[in-house]
Design a protein around this ligand. Structure first.
Ligand code: PMP
Length: 353
């Protein structure tokens, strides 16, 4: 029912995240979370955390975390911005960098939060169709625009572009800001962090939710030329000077400091991904080569929605999008080997193999 103050209320269709089941028995492969715990260094940092510190506001620039990320990449701390998950960092970046009357460009099949921010922030946008095989062609973005945002690898398609293609995209858009959303880049061989020294119109966002197992803590960063980081700081300080809490700052710094554990977990997930893709292809699924911690699968004989419901009834949650072009595809997060064994065996039963 409409209220008399209806015209003062926001009209927006919010982003829908993957379902969070109540039962712990569910095999949860629907939100691209990491199946392994965070580094033991994170556990230690939290255990040793002195709650007395919580009396005080946290460092508003999250300096210990920015420093740890800068050390990890061998860049200056002034090139790093930190925030409360990459959704927070991306929202700040959309506000800071996409203020033109010209449209922001991004693929038609991509992270479904982008149109939500555009609607919220009244940013004009235009989607560029990916090809039949879901590939992004950077030449399609060589035109007048108000900015570009692209995940690399793209989601939910899992397809990554090489550094040369990304560099072309940035080079042909020197009058705009190009955001490369590297939420899943740690599972690929490509990161454009080295390009920030060369291009002052490039902003990279990264998250600790996937490769560093900290989805529940909300830790992420942006990496860019210090000039652009200044704009992100200005936006942050215009809505909340303290987005990151004191525990998250410590835990995030501990996570990024443990390179060895990071390498082990990353290696395990990539190995499981490759093995699962092979087994699913043997069952008839068609799957592009994945550069992420999930697979994008379709079956020529069975409807994706039917497979999704069958697995759900058996306690395995994957993601199904009722959306144009991808409504016969499934997004399956790479879990542990044991979880993937269960998935395959349920699918074998379903397909009568
Ligand atoms: N970018 C992409 C492409 C994603 O899939 C996600 C995960 N939903 C995010 C950003 C945001 O992740 P987080 O807020 O957990 O850092």
């Amino acid at each position: 029912m409409n209220k008399p103050f209806q015209d003062k209320l926001i009209s927006i269709e919010p982003y829908t995240a993957g379902e969070q089941p109540k039962s712990a028995d569910i095999i949860k492969l629907n939100a691209n979370e990491n199946p392994y715990p965070p580094s033991p260094a994170v556990q230690k940092a939290i255990a040793e955390f002195d709650a007395d510190i919580l009396r005080l506001y946290p460092p508003m620039d999250a300096a210990p975390l920015r420093k740890a990320i800068a050390e990890y990449y061998g860049i200056g701390q002034e090139c790093v911005f930190a925030g409360n998950g990459s959704d927070d960092v991306l929202a700040a970046a959309f506000r800071a960098f996409f203020n033109s009357d010209k449209p922001l460009l991004y693929p038609d099949i991509t992270y479904s939060f982008y149109p939500v921010w555009c609607d919220l922030l009244k940013i004009p946008y235009e989607t560029i169709p990916v090809d039949e095989g879901f590939n992004v062609h950077v030449e399609d973005y060589f035109r007048d625009n108000g900015g570009v945002v692209l995940p690399n690898p793209n989601a939910p398609t899992t397809i990554g572009l090489g550094l040369d293609a990304i560099e072309e995209l940035i080079r042909h858009n020197r009058d705009s800001i190009v955001i490369i959303d590297e939420a899943y880049a740690d599972f690929s061989e490509v990161s454009c962090v080295p390009l920030i020294k060369k291009y002052d119109n490039l902003v990279i966002t990264q998250t600790f939710s996937k490769s560093r197992s900290l989805a529940g803590m909300r830790v992420a960063c942006a990496i860019a030329d210090p000039y652009l980081i200044g704009y992100l700081d200005a936006v942050k300080d215009s809505y909340n000077s303290y987005p990151m809490d004191a525990v998250a700052i410590r835990a995030g710094a501990a996570a990024v400091g443990d390179r060895e554990y990071f390498g082990q977990v990353r290696g395990k997930i990539i190995a499981t991904r490759e093995c699962t893709a092979k087994r699913l292809r043997e069952l008839g699924f068609v799957i592009p080569d994945s550069s992420a911690n999930f697979l994008f699968a379709t079956h020529p004989k069975r409807r994706a929605e039917e497979i999704f419901s069958y697995l759900r009834e058996r306690g395995i949650y994957i993601r199904y999008f009722r959306k144009p072009r991808i409504d016969n595809h499934l997004r399956i997060t790479v879990g542990t080997d044991e979880q993937m064994d269960r998935l395959i065996s349920e699918l074998e039963s379903f397909l009568g193999k």
